[in-house]
Design a protein around this ligand. Structure first.
Ligand code: 7MF
Ligand code: ZN
Length: 861
């Protein structure tokens, strides 16, 4: 390490030194010598005779101040200091960049021959010298000049002008009338197939919609188009928000570090998050694409029209937009399934992040590399915090708050506090204590005790909140706790004697509360923290009888699923602790499982969730030292027991249904439960070979993959042949091959690690493509705990080797895949020392990126 990177602090925020109203950009594209000319007027906000602009990896060609060549400047590591400038002046800077050599996929780069950009968070500084911070808002006029081999030259906003140039070149000029920060700038140049459609807004304006995909992929674009139209309609109906430009473009590219990017009027997407047809995409893919298209569209108001003052406020736009995309998916599809998804993401990933070295509040206060803070905490916990406000204020109050937020802040760069203040002021609600959710990290725990007094016919709930001991703030939070009380018949009891919001929500503001319900005829069964009404852990000694009562009778599917999860977790705990087998336990669980099949819910996809055992990462949160081997054994054992118990039901369901190949919610649900059935049946003595073969030859990808994953998991004799056949059939389609790489990486055999290593030389694999890396290595390290955590440390070594390689190639991607190594302190001594050794080895790399430095430093120190 040459120089220790310095953290930036929220507390040190300073407003920008200058304002820029408008910027003119000209790009003369060339793979290694792209010329960028930037012209803008600067107006000083203070009496300063110099300016400091951000800029990284730029070659300065000319610099002019008020039209005169200016030589009084100093180049800095990450910018330029221009001295002796007047209060107000015109700046013109010409720089040269090399998109072809840019493997970081940040700034301007080439993706399979097409030019594209990624500027969030701080990528614009790799394009030209500017105030690369979100609180400098300007209008942009952009001219793109390129070879005619690139028929499409795109940027933000509306097309102003276009024309021919000499030497086979042409240009297009774009103007974006809305002020935006630099991170929303975008440019694309390439040859694409284009799908075009339109949307008529509620005020009657016609918006042109265009989706650009690689040549030959047009048949995979319609789903994204429909998703976009649904998003535009939904935002008008639920949030009264209308689109504001005459054109909306989406471009799909193969090399992209993240899912997608909301650049004004010109979204750029990872092709994996756009392209879908029945043969290549799973039902899950269809769902994810719809929600991501929605997410990026919803940013147009929550992120673009109102943006962030500084990057510490990232959750202002991300938490809110995730909340909005979750609501979109829930309004269009199944609310319960979407809630289960969101809660699984919180428990599997966010709780783990909160318990590890990268724990931070949803509004971080200290950052070295901003790219490291696009986290499940900022996004998903951030969305839960927004959801709690929604729970406290109700839909009407929340919408009043949104309206006031836009009235106050349209066109501004603001803070999380501004958002909460709008919510509070619009509804005359005191949300000051609530704001602590933005400052405090760690997962709070709610400890609940209950007492029934038969004589007084009262039911008492005592709730105490406690906070992670390493959290320096640790004050009581404002927590909405939704409850339901079920009587002996499973009917909900009318709640009396206690103050409730919206008929079901208790509000905690103190460390401890006592709530006493009146007129309770018999001891009820409490459904606590219903719908995961706050992102907390719940500590309550549920009896088996209570859990099975909830699983059978709670009003919401969500609560029933939750009860099943707790039952599974308790069962697994007894296996892990090798506790004297409590015969009672599995028989109680058995009777619920059977009754779930005998009284199937209307939605069969929910039934598939009911019978899904929590995953390793969710379960491991319950242990101080993760018992890797015992936990993997326990999961396997429980799954086998479930399979044997439900065998007749699964066979009956499987043989009575077939995959229609359709896309309706019902078709999707049937596929989900059929795949779950096959997964379990493959573990039993039942001969599933014929079913596996039939499914594997299906033209529907969900069904096909269901066969492959069941066969692999059960180590079925057919699995090798099936995998080989899939490779032959699909090696022309890299997005489909990602599914195959991911399958290979989840194989439970000890050979898995060698297979993964050998796949580095598979013709479809490419370490410089983040999708490939995520599919193969990401899946191995996150979804194959038994093999990743091999006691010989080879799993850790594989990851360490790859990170060392990616450190230079693509620091962002390197930093994203290191996560499983960071929590080494939660493992046994042998594993801990081997994981630590990999971190130490990486820490010693001489040109370690800031991205990796920040995480490794936090983990080791
Ligand atoms: C849905 O947030 C939910 C989250 C940043 C890149 C997309 O729009 C985004 C971008 C990261 C991680 C997750 C998501 C995004 C990014 C994302 C996408 C869809 N502003 Br990094
Ligand atoms: Zn986003």
């Amino acid at each position: 390490m040459t120089q220790k990177p310095q953290a930036k602090l929220l507390a040190n925020y300073q407003p920008p030194s200058h304002q820029v109203e408008h910027i003119d950009l000209v790009f003369d594209l060339s793979p290694q010598h792209t010329r960028v000319t930037a012209k803008y007027n600067l107006i000083a906000n203070n009496e300063q005779s110099y300016i400091e602009l951000d800029g990284v990896d730029l070659k300065l060609i000319t610099l002019k101040v008020d039209g005169q060549v200016h030589t009084d400047y100093t180049l800095l590591v990450d910018g330029i200091k221009i001295n002796s400038v007047p209060q107000t002046f015109a700046l013109e800077i010409e720089t040269e960049i090399a998109p072809e050599l840019n493997t970081s996929l940040e700034g301007l780069y080439l993706s399979d021959g097409a030019y594209c950009t990624q500027c969030e968070a701080e990528g614009f500084r790799k394009i030209t010298y500017f105030f690369d911070r979100p609180d400098v808002l300007a209008t942009y006029k952009v001219t793109v000049i390129g070879d005619k081999e690139f028929p499409f030259l795109l940027s933000n906003g509306n097309q102003l002008d276009a024309g021919e140039l000499e030497e086979g070149r042409h240009f297009v000029t774009w103007e974006d009338p809305y002020k935006k920060p630099s991170y929303l700038f975008a440019l694309v140049a390439g040859d694409f197939d284009k799908l075009e459609d339109k949307f008529v807004t509620k005020s009657g304006r016609e918006v042109k919609l265009q989706i650009f995909v690689d040549k030959g992929n047009l048949s995979k674009a319609p789903h994204a188009m429909t998703s976009l139209q649904k998003s535009m309609k939904w935002d008008e109906e639920r949030f009264n928000l209308e689109y504001d430009l005459d054109i909306y473009m989406i471009v799909a590219v193969d090399f992209f570090n993240m899912g997608a990017m909301e650049n004004k009027g010109l979204n750029i997407f990872n092709s994996a998050c756009v392209l879908a047809n029945q043969e290549t995409a799973t039902d899950r893919d269809y769902h994810v694409i719809e929600s991501i298209v929605g997410h990026e569209y919803f940013h147009n108001w929550t992120g673009n029209r109102v943006t962030c003052r500084d990057w510490f406020q990232l959750s202002l736009k991300e938490g809110l937009t995730v909340f909005r995309d979750q609501e979109f998916s829930s309004d269009l599809g199944s609310r319960a399934l979407n809630r289960i998804d969101a809660v699984n993401a919180m428990r599997t990933h966010q709780f783990a992040e909160d318990a590890g070295p990268m724990a931070h509040p949803i509004r971080p206060e200290e950052v070295i590399e901003m790219n490291n803070f696009y986290t499940v905490t900022v996004y998903n916990k951030g969305a839960e915090v927004i959801r709690m406000m929604h729970t406290l204020l109700g839909e009407q109050g929340f919408q009043k708050g949104m309206q006031l937020y836009f009235e106050r802040h349209d066109g501004q760069a603001v803070t999380c506090d501004d958002f909460v203040n709008a919510m509070a002021d619009a509804t005359q609600t005191d949300l000051n204590q609530f704001k602590l959710w933005y400052r405090q990290f760690g997962t709070p725990t709610l400890h609940v005790e209950t007492y029934y007094d038969a004589e007084a016919r009262t039911y008492q709930l005592d709730i105490k909140q406690t906070h992670a001991t390493n959290d320096p703030i640790s004050e009581p939070l404002h927590v909405p706790v939704a409850v339901e009380l079920l009587d002996e018949q499973g009917q909900p009891i009318v709640l009396e004697g206690v103050q409730l919001k919206h008929g079901r929500v208790l509000e905690l503001t103190e460390e401890a509360h006592r709530f006493v319900f009146h007129n309770v005829e018999s001891e009820p069964t409490p459904v606590l923290l219903e719908d995961f009404s706050a992102p907390c852990l719940l500590e309550y000694r549920y009896s088996l009888a209570q859990l099975s009562h909830i699983a059978k009778y709670a009003t919401s599917y969500y609560a029933r699923w939750e009860a099943m999860q707790i039952l599974f977790t308790q069962q697994i705990r007894t296996y892990v602790n090798a506790e004297a087998q409590n015969g009672n336990m599995f028989s109680e669980l058995s009777s619920v499982l059977v009754s779930l099949f005998e009284h199937k819910p209307d939605d069969l996809a929910i039934l598939a969730e009911y019978i899904s055992v929590p995953n390793f990462d969710t379960l491991s949160g319950g242990y101080d030292v993760v018992p890797v081997d015992a936990l993997c054994q326990a999961i396997k054992h429980l799954e086998l027991q479930i399979a044997q118990l439900l065998e007749p039901y699964l066979i009956a369901f499987y043989t009575d249904t077939k995959d229609s190949g359709g896309l309706s919610a019902e078709d999707v649900a049937i596929r989900a439960l059929r795949n779950k059935s096959l997964y379990y049946l493959a573990l039993t003595q039942v001969d599933v070979s014929a079913w596996l073969c039939e499914q594997a030859s299906s033209l529907n990808m969900t069904t096909k993959l269901g066969a492959l994953s069941s066969a692999l998991n059960a180590q079925h004799a057919l699995s090798d042949a099936m995998m080989q056949e899939f490779d032959v059939q699909w090696n022309h389609d890299l997005l489909v091959m990602d599914k195959w790489f991911a399958l290979q990486a989840t194989s439970p055999t000890d050979k898995c690690i060698d297979v993964v290593l050998s796949l580095y030389s598979h013709p479809c694999f490419d370490k410089s493509n983040p999708n490939r890396v995520r599919a193969l290595v990401g899946t191995f390290t996150r979804s194959n705990p038994q093999q990743f955590h091999r006691p010989d440390g080879k799993g850790y070594e594989l990851l360490g080797d790859l990170i060392a390689e990616l450190n230079e190639l693509n620091p962002q991607n390197a930093s994203r895949i290191i996560t499983p190594l960071l929590s080494f302190k939660r493992f046994d001594e042998n594993r801990q020392s081997k994981m630590r050794a990999q971190l130490e080895r990486l820490a010693a790399i001489s040109n370690l990126s800031d991205d990796l430095y920040e995480k490794i430093d936090r983990a080791l120190n």
